[in-house]
Design a protein around this ligand. Structure first.
Ligand SMILES: [Zn+2]
Length: 134
């Protein structure tokens, strides 16, 4: 089955990765709700976060917590919102979105950003997440 996230993980398509290790990748969303909107994705294809083992689930959320802290410092936003829905792509992904007030974490607010602008942000984020590890 075709999966855009598996294609990104396997470098089959151009992407906006800012960090990766053996098991996870972190990339900028091409249609951000707010600037700096990131996706944290386990490399192993699985559709439902609540079917992960306890150990995998904990590892994913600890990583999300660490990424959210860095994102908050980079974005300057009041908080980092977290959302998991899974209807867009059937491969587990956590949305980490800089937010400043209630109701900003609304997928209807997502809009396409020119690629050159995203590439600039990617360069900045790669530096910020250089020492990001778990
Ligand atoms: Zn996949």
């Amino acid at each position: 089955m075709k999966c855009i996230f598996c294609d990104i993980i396997n470098n089959k398509v151009k992407n906006l990765k800012v960090w990766e290790d053996k098991n996870f990748i972190l990339l900028l969303d091409a249609n951000p709700i707010n600037p700096g909107h990131l996706l944290l994705i386990p490399k192993k294809h699985a559709p439902d976060v609540f079917n992960l083992s306890d150990a995998q689930y904990i590892e994913l959320f600890i990583l999300a917590k660490k990424a959210a802290r860095i994102l908050k410092s980079v974005s300057g936003a009041k908080r980092t919102g977290l959302a998991i829905e899974g209807f867009g792509v059937d491969h587990i992904h956590i949305h980490l979105v800089p937010v400043n007030k209630g109701n900003e974490l609304n997928p209807l607010r997502a809009k396409k950003v020119p690629l050159d602008k995203l590439k600039k942000k990617q360069t900045v984020f790669i530096k910020k997440f250089k020492r990001f590890d778990h």
